[in-house]
Each structure stands twice: as structure tokens, then as C-alpha cells.
Design a protein around this ligand. Sequence first.
Ligand SMILES: C[S@@+](CC[C@H](N)C(=O)[O-])C[C@H]1O[C@@H](n2cnc3c(N)ncnc32)[C@H](O)[C@@H]1O
Length: 259
Amino acid sequence: MNALALTDHIARHFGRARESYEQAARLQRLVAAQALSLLKPTDGLLLDLGSGPGWFHSKLKQHCTDLVALDLSFDMLQKAREAQDATLVVQADAQSLPLASASIDRVFSSLMLQWCEQPQLVLHEIARVIKPGGSAVISTLLDGTLQEFKQAWSEVDSHQHINQFLPLDFYHQLERQCPDLGLKLQTETVQLEYPDVLALARELKDLGANTVTQDRNKALTGKQRWQKVQQAYPSRCIDGSISASYQVLYLVLTKKNKE
Ligand SMILES: C[S@@+](CC[C@H](N)C(=O)[O-])C[C@H]1O[C@@H](n2cnc3c(N)ncnc32)[C@H](O)[C@@H]1O
């Protein structure tokens, strides 16, 4: 799939999840709350990058004067518009922001970066649009996320069933390469319980998070295969319930004032 087709695919995928998203967004709630605790309030403009349906906007609004919601998905933005917290909604790709340089005071971006083919482009765009002295809080998923699910599937077939996430080292390198960005990294492992693997898969689908960007099996997964995945799942209780781990990175980026 080329980059444009992939972007379009991701937008449609999330668009289809717009109604079920909020209910399924357990991880998103935990992560957004932690990210918000790292965000400095501003009297100016706050950009929510990869805003999704805007379920968090009433909280973000308390941290700024004006809120701009930006997402790839038109359907997600329709939901965000209904919430009426954002002053402006913009449909765009975070890898190429249609915003003037040094025009934004704060950027908040929760669990969007891992969907972008070129996360370094997004970080450069964020650094470009932020005013000197401004800052951004970004959360994303790291390699090791859903490793139990991945391991269980590897015993059933050789296809890829979840996205690949970047390792922490990628961000450490970025920190070294761009000292002027003032990057601070913080990691957290979040464990969530599910009644069974189907419930986990359903939640990922409801979140629009089951897109895999590489080799995926397009055929529907039958009951027997799900049973095999359930049996192979490494973190399983006697009652069949399972635990899934998410490796979360919080990135705080501060654009230094020019001397
Ligand atoms: C997992 S959701 C997170 C939504 C929200 N920030 C939250 O915490 O609930 C990811 C969102 O990022 C959007 N997205 C994915 N790739 C994007 C891109 N390249 N540019 C802008 N938005 C993107 C999707 O449409 C989706 O709404």
C-alpha cells in the first residue's frame, strides 16, 4: 500500500469507529489523563492533533483560550464538532500541517503518532508550528505493546495481526539529534484485563486500532482460529480472562526561546 492509500485507509478505518470509539476508549482515557497532567495551561491556542471524536475536549478547553481540533478523519471531526468545544476543526494529515510556523502555543496529541508512517515528520511539524517558548505533550505506543496477543497469534499463523510500534531507542536518538527541541521522555506500562481474546480484538476494532500497516491476513478469522489464539495466549486466568500490556511513551517537547 502506498503512503497516500495508507493514510486514506487509516482515516476511513477510524471514521467507521466514530460511534463505538468513546465507549471502548479505556486505554485512551488513562493515557489522555496522564498526558494532560504534563500539559502547561496557556492563554493562547491549543492544537489537539489526532483529536478523534473530541471526547476529551471539555477538559482540554480548560487549559487554553482557543482549542483547534485536527484529524485525518472527517467522521471523527464531525463528532468533535458536535461536542462544540473546539473553536476550529481542521481535516488534515499531521505529517504536513496546514498551519503557519510559530502560530500555536501548545500541542496535545494523544495516541495518534503511532498511526503515522513518518513520526519524525510529525515531530518536525509540531516543532515548526509551535511558538518559541511553547510546548507539546505527545503520547504514543512503543514496541512491546500487545506482545501477548502477538505471541499467541504467532502460534496460529505467520501473518501480522497488530501494528508494529517503534522502539524507545528511536525517540532517544531523536532526543540526541535535536537538542534544541528540549525533549523529555517518560514511559509507563498499562495492563488491561479482557474476558477473552475476542473481547480484546473487538475493543481494538471499536477503537479503529486494528489496522495493520504491513502484511495482514485479509480473510475473516473463524471461531476455531480464535479458540487457538485464546489457548496460546500467554497471560491467561483459569476463567479464561486475559491481560494485555500497552507500552506507553509520553513525550514533552519544549521549543526554546531564541536568544
Ligand atoms: C487512537 S485515536 C486517538 C484519538 C484521541 N486523541 C484520543 O486520545 O482518544 C487516533 C486518531 O488519530 C487520527 N489519525 C491517524 N493518523 C493521522 C494523521 N496522519 N494525521 C491526523 N490524524 C491522524 C485518527 O483518525 C484517529 O482519530
